[in-house]
Design a protein. Sequence first.
Length: 248
Amino acid sequence: MEGLRRMAEAVGNAWKRTAYPRKCLVCDRLLEAGEKEYTCVDCRDSLPTLEGSLCRCCGKPLGGREELCHDCGRTPRSFRRGRSLWLYEGEAKRLIQILKFKDGLYTAPYLAERLCQVLEELCALEHLPLPDVLCPVPLHPSRERARGYNQAGILTGRMARRLSIPEARLLVRVRKTKPMKDLGDLERLANIQGAFALKKNQDVRGRNVLVVDDIFTTGATLDACAKVLMEAGAREVWILVLALGKGI
């Protein structure tokens, strides 16, 4: 019941944001009439975008001429490609926290659209087709009930409609893990081991799967998801996230 109540509140908040004069998703400033963006100019300019060379595996910014970041260089990944919208700081961090912890479903249309744009840019740049299926990182059922929704699932649902790509809840979280924000880098790796499994009656053999989540830090969660999918026969796994945190 608590989960249903939280979901109802989140949907109500989303409706209010569309029924009343439009405000910036980040700072709540009223947007000018005719403004097509979801954020004001100041907040758009403040979002910590990724610049320069990016890791060819996870998409983290690189400091030199190397092709892989420190994390991907020392740890083989189960996913093939990754991209992010922003760094997890400043206005981007605030926006993601609104989505996750403040019944912020009204931010989902903007965030999903931005994820679609980044994915389309990546595919065009590397002359690749879009993935065959979108998959959100699952929450443990108890955590999803408490929050009322899975933010990654909300995003993939909107992305699927926008891109005309199937969305499937391919994975389940088979054990409850500690919140990653409370753990050190090595603790994160141990915390997530064996936490995911392929959902019953799902077939990913020969398919390119895009896994979507909110934050990439060390990549432990997304790599664990990708490992399960690859072991189940997926051809490739890509990852797409809202923001990059600081990893190892």
